[in-house]
Design a protein. Structure first.
Length: 206
């Protein structure tokens, strides 16, 4: 969603006395190059849902939540989660956050992500017949193919090259690697991607 639409939605929530809630399950905890993607968009959410990179499901909330009587943070048993709540999960999650901070993985994701996006754009320029609309924030990147058939063929061929990517939407591939992935590891994937895209040119023109 475009940032201006998100800001307009935030304004509507405030105008009509509703809480502005953001889902950062995919984008949270550093993958976009900042701790939270909303920090890059000029947003001030009242509630943020998160998971994935901390291996549990959680929510964090601002002060506006306290304006709601008997809200889920004040009344026990009002909120539940598939993945959250256990002491073991919380200890593991805290340790992950400590490692992320110790190793500077969020800043690293921003720098490595800039490099990755540049490399993907170069691939898109070289293989414009099959790859387009390269975009991303931090390490979370994506590109489009002419149609789902060509996209699915690319996914299959990449697996044969020992590279696993995620199809998304009607005709896209997305990248959401680990925060500590190295440029060397990404280069292995990008070289395979280059070969696969080259092999798809004839399919795209048929």
């Amino acid at each position: 969603m475009r940032p201006e639409f998100l800001r307009a939605m935030q304004d509507l929530c405030h105008a009509y006395d509703a809480l502005f809630v953001l889902d950062e399950v995919q984008t949270g905890v550093g993958i976009t190059g900042t701790a939270w993607a909303y920090q890059q968009l000029g947003l001030e959410p009242d509630i943020v849902a998160f998971a994935k990179k901390v291996q549990l499901g959680g929510v964090m909330a601002g002060r506006r939540v306290n304006e709601v009587p008997d809200n889920v943070f004040a009344v026990s048993g009002r909120i539940n989660s598939t993945w959250g709540g256990g002491l073991t999960d919380m200890v593991r999650s805290r340790r992950l956050l400590e490692i992320i901070e110790r190793d500077g993985l969020i800043d690293r994701a921003a720098k490595t992500g800039d490099w990755l996006l540049g490399e993907l754009r170069s691939l898109g320029e070289r293989h414009s017949a099959v790859a387009s609309n390269v975009r991303g924030r931090g390490l979370m990147c994506a590109l489009d193919f002419p149609d789902a058939t060509i996209r699915d063929t690319a996914v299959r061929h990449l697996r044969e090259e020992h590279v696993v990517v995620l199809p998304c939407g009607g005709r896209s591939i997305r990248f959401r690697p680990a925060l500590d992935i190295t440029e060397r590891e990404l280069r292995f994937g990008l070289d395979a991607f280059d070969r696969v895209l080259a092999s798809l040119h004839s399919l795209a023109s048929s």
